[in-house]
Design a binder for this molecule. Structure first.
Ligand SMILES: [Zn+2]
Length: 299
């Protein structure tokens, strides 16, 4: 009995910096009736779910990608069928603008969209830049995209592509990953030295000490929450030089998509087009600080 008591008091090390972590609240899933436990690392400010869902096939199924699962704001199937009509096009356009402000794009440029979902970003980059773009994704929606002719790699394709890419994007990916260091290492191995990692994820700094109540913290699917300093530390530990660029071109469109998605607006239209997006995006960014995360350059 004394053993189990001492075990329960043993420090739980941070998956990123190995410092002791502390409990940071609980939240019951809406989709799974499970009490998810949050932990926080005061040293690197990483917050994560200690007991993430393990039956991923049951979560990332057809319903999830149709917006009928853990994230009702998703619209992956429609985006695939009607790319010109979806508000997601603003995100695709913004990511391309951001990346092209950081790396010159030409016919030799190899771009991997890691965790590409339905491959919409890949298709957009291929259609609007000279890059050679491919995606990486597993699961149901990737099979659907492959049928549409979007090149999407599987896990088994990655080992032979180490050191191949000039650019890796990971748009709203790392928050789904219980082991972010492992994911960042994998991305680093895929990049050429000097290659760019551009990622987006929620910024947990404005909600410090209340991450478990944050709207973004849907615990079935979002399990890792970063402040900019957390990502800086994680990238530095996995072979990246980090750089804080804050207001990069393209972020107006990226934030525009986030606002529209969170309002439940999925289709582009006259109403949303007349709004002053430059101003609205700056206002949203001053509250949520989504542009504060670092970019990474492969060392
Ligand atoms: Zn830590």
């Amino acid at each position: 009995m004394s053993d189990s008591r001492s075990d329960s008091k043993a420090p739980i090390p941070c998956p990123i910096c190995s410092s002791p972590t502390e409990p940071a609240g609980v939240r019951t899933g809406k989709m799974l009736n499970v009490e998810f436990r949050f932990r926080h690392c005061p040293a690197c400010r990483y917050t994560y779910i200690e007991n993430p869902a393990t039956d991923l096939a049951a979560i990332y199924d057809e319903k999830y990608y149709r917006g009928q699962g853990a994230d009702p704001l998703l619209d992956y199937v429609n985006e695939l069928e009607h790319p010109d009509a979806t508000v997601r096009e603003y995100e695709w356009r913004g990511v391309l603008e951001t990346v092209s402000s950081l790396v010159p794009l030409n016919t030799e440029t190899q771009w991997l969209d890691f965790g590409c979902g339905n491959g919409g970003q890949v298709r957009y980059v291929r259609g609007h830049s000279p890059c050679r773009a491919v995606g990486f994704e597993e699961g149901w929606v990737a099979d659907l995209a492959r049928i549409k002719g979007i090149p999407i790699l599987k896990q088994g394709d990655l080992p032979s592509l180490k050191g191949s890419f000039d650019i890796v994007t990971a748009i709203e990916v790392v928050e789904h990953i219980p082991d972010p260091l492992d994911c960042l290492k994998q991305i680093r191995e895929l990049l050429k030295p000097g290659g760019l990692l551009f990622l987006t994820t929620g910024n947990a700094e404005p909600v410090r000490n209340k991450v478990a109540r944050w709207g973004y913290a849907t615990p079935e699917i979002h399990v890792s929450f970063f402040e900019p300093q957390t990502l800086q530390r994680a990238m530095a530990a996995t072979g990246f030089r980090t750089e804080f660029r804050n207001a990069l071109p393209g972020f107006t469109d990226i934030i525009r998509f986030k606002i529209l998605k969170n309002l439940g607006i999925k289709r582009r239209g006259i109403f949303e087009r007349i709004l002053p997006w430059s101003l609205l995006s700056r206002m949203a960014n001053s509250k949520y600080k989504v542009t504060a995360h670092p970019i990474g350059w492969a060392i």
